[in-house]
Design a protein around this ligand. Structure first.
Ligand code: COA
Length: 357
């Protein structure tokens, strides 16, 4: 028995921006971007909100719309849990998960957001799997407790909202998109075989998007400060570049390549498996070169990795579930295959899981 993946889907915004088009914004060129990252184009949400993208990916994963892969159609009342993995929710409150629950009309689901940066989906599936295993095990005297049998896990981002479009070392890397997976506790299936989550320090702030909640407030000890110019404060904040992603690319690169190979090794050890048992690895797609470095460290052929970074760029929490849906659409994953999902990102977070398809 175990937590099985029974559907996955993906969504990209309509607008696709080629590398050379970015020359209008910064001093860059297609050759530099392709050779350093493997990225040829990315999609940018103009009309689409983060929620719109998530909804499209979720509908495919639930078997409601064409695309992605779904073992069967899952009815709205069957979903007990929604975890929305993102760093770019449309609002702080309500949570993106609550909004998605309402948009999809999932009457029985509890819902919350999860921020583990680009490792979000791996964290999300691990949390869902733990809740399902606890529900299945049962807790004496816990009648009435939430039982989680099926979960919708979404990774969805509108990174274009937090990208500094005047900074060439970061703006060429990121894109918008969404991916989703549906999980079901199944007495007859192995499903998730092992998980491994890590958090380590990022002492130099190599990957930051501060969004500091330190805006001066128009209040004094005596109450409202009538002399404060609240509108000027808001105007100043609207153009605050500190709200954009900043990154020490080389430090992140080194962390990423090591964390990725470590996580794959650890999760396979936990599950008593080796790389030879694995049919496909779907990694977080930040940079094709990071995957090549990790593959070399693992002594693993690049053929085993499923990549779709070329036309999506780095979409943070959306990247792993989008790659997963892409792998199913490409026919790379067959029933019984062992599949590894691995992520790394801001925090620093990293992690991997292995499941039987
Ligand atoms: N176009 C053209 N030139 C660029 C450029 C761009 N978009 N961005 C940077 N450059 C220049 C730099 O200014 C530098 O020029 P200089 O030598 O004259 O100073 C040169 O290219 C090399 O820059 P460097 O930062 O050393 O390149 P790099 O090989 O480390 O590649 C990254 C940069 C960002 C692609 C790479 O470090 C990386 O992928 N890091 C990890 C990023 C990541 O994945 N983040 C998310 C993790 S979840």
């Amino acid at each position: 028995m175990g937590c099985a993946l029974i559907g996955c889907g993906k969504a990209l915004p309509a607008l696709e921006v080629q590398n050379d088009e970015l020359k209008a914004l910064v001093d860059t060129n297609n050759e530099w971007i392709v050779t350093r990252t493997g990225i040829e184009s990315r999609h940018i949400a103009l009309e689409e909100t983060n929620l719109d993208l998530a909804e499209r990916a979720a509908r495919e994963a639930l078997g409601w719309d064409e695309g992605g892969w779904a073992a069967r159609r899952v009815e709205p009342e069957e979903i007990d849990l929604v975890i929305f993995c993102t760093i770019t929710a449309d609002h702080l409150v309500p949570s993106a998960a609550s909004e998605l629950r309402m948009r999809l009309d999932l009457p029985n689901a509890i819902a919350f957001d999860l921020n583990a940066a680009c490792t979000g989906f791996v964290y999300g599936v691990t949390v869902a799997e733990s809740l399902m295993a606890a529900s299945a095990a049962g807790v004496p005297g816990a009648a009435g407790r939430n039982k989680v049998r099926r979960a919708l896990i979404v990774g969805s981002e509108r990174l274009s909202r937090i990208t500094d479009w005047a900074e060439r070392s970061t703006c060429v890397l990121f894109g918008d998109g969404a991916g989703a997976g549906v999980l079901e506790w199944n007495e007859g299936r192995a499903g998730v075989l092992g998980t491994h989550l890590v958090n380590e320090d990022d002492p130099t702030g190599a990957l930051l998007c501060p969004l500091e909640f330190d805006m001066p407030v128009p209040f004094a000890a005596s109450g409202v400060d009538a002399g404060a110019d609240a509108e000027a404060v808001l105007r100043e904040r609207a153009g605050n570049p500190k709200q954009a992603i900043t990154m020490n690319g080389q430090a992140v690169f080194k962390f990423a390549a090591r964390a990725m190979s470590d996580a794959v090794t650890a999760v396979l050890d936990n599950a008593g498996l080796t790389l030879d048992d694995v049919a496909c690895i779907v990694p977080h797609q930040a940079n094709e070169r990071i995957v090549r470095f990790a593959a070399k460290k693992l002594d693993c052929s690049m053929e085993k990795f499923h990549l779709c970074i070329a036309h999506a760029g780095n979409t943070s929490a959306a990247s792993v579930p989008m790659g997963l849906a892409d792998a199913y659409e490409a026919g790379r994953i067959k029933p019984g295959d062992k599949v590894v999902l691995v992520g790394f990102g801001g925090g620093f977070t990293s992690g991997a899981l292995v499941y039987e398809a």
